[in-house]
Ligand binder design. Sequence first.
Ligand code: GLU
Length: 459
Amino acid sequence: MTQVRVRFAPSPTGFFHIGSARTALFNWLYARHTGGVFVLRIEDTDKERNSDEFLNVIYNSLTWLGMDWDEGPQKGGEFGPYRQSERSEIYQGYMQKLLDTGRAYEQDGAVWFKHLGERYDVFDDHRKKNVTKVKTEPTVIEDRIRGRVERLEDEDFVIVRSDGSPTFHLVNVVDDIEMRITHVIRGEDHLSNTSKHVELFKAFGAPLPEFAHIPLILKQNGPGKMSKRDEGALVEDYQSRGYLPEALVNFLTLLGWNPGDDREKMPIEEIITLFDLPGVNQSNARFDEKKLANMNMHYLLELPSEQFVVMARGYFESQGEKGATALATDEAYFREVMQLSQPKIKSFEELPDYTCYFFSKDYPIIEKVKTKVLKKGEPKARLEELIAFVPNIDFLTDESIEDGIKALAESKEMGFGNYQSIARLALTGTNAGPSITAIIRVLGRDRVQKRLARFLQSI
Ligand code: GLU
């Protein structure tokens, strides 16, 4: 059996978005599943719209997501160069072949691909002009995901523009031939191009690759396809927000594929084993940013604690001013705060807000929470009792702290709950966060005493 060769063929005309990443991933997975070759080919023939910035984003995002390419820019390979802007001569040669065999002709300075069959002119109502049609049979695409698709290609189309630049149809097919691509896996939006491409393959006398058109990704809310402009669409945003690439990859895998059962979180090795084209859904997938956040949370939870701390530090470092106070505290304290936060956050971007009161004496007190807490029972009395009792608390563990407060409560014929909300409000300014005993332990006796006293004075 011939070795599978797939390619990801982005045009560097914009930032790298979720849809492109998913296409790249399905190709990469198929290559890894079959022991094949994953080619990266840059379709940069449109000089006006391409930029090096976008090109670098593609390289960085693929690398960040762990999709290593076997052939392509930076890597080389037998069938290079892998940037179409460096392959003009090859396209010239292929164009000439079609001219020589009568499958292309020149008109108005451009070169046209010629369909075989009888020609006739009709008036096209839509375009308001006469067009030449060709009597021909529909083109058949045996798609690995969609099954048999038929499309009528009954009009010649341009393969080289009058300025001499080859069109997408020509370069895409020529490179798939030249690079020995066996499977073209791409978005369903290309299905209308594929019938043209099939005719080109045939005209070149080249074997057809297998085609697999993957379903669209629908936007999170409302109808329609997700676009680059939709919120949450850019891969590099997730990178800068501190998402884990493993989580994003796992999430992308599920946009149009499932392992045959309802499992969602899976290690990449297992996805590679199970991934196959028949498993790709025919129906469209809907983007769900909440699901992605949840996936990320599950991956964060599983990180070894030390690694979480290192990555959290890296995230704070990337935040400039916003991360400065946290980074200025001593390492052991920073570590403890991070370990407390690990099971509670969905992504690193939540960390600065989630942990702000640990690192600043001037943490904000949420007025609404304050009003609510101060209304119930006799919070001031409980606060005074707690302040007096703090020296007796054993700060060693969450349990010893809980035991201490319980003992206090018992002695006053109160419950643990009578001290909890007021302590949380005084120590953190909020009503959310980790358990109160953990907060007390990590803050330590000194901070706890100062914060409680200062809050008492303020009410
Ligand atoms: N450059 C095309 C795109 O970005 C490639 C299409 C293909 O995969 O054949 O959509």
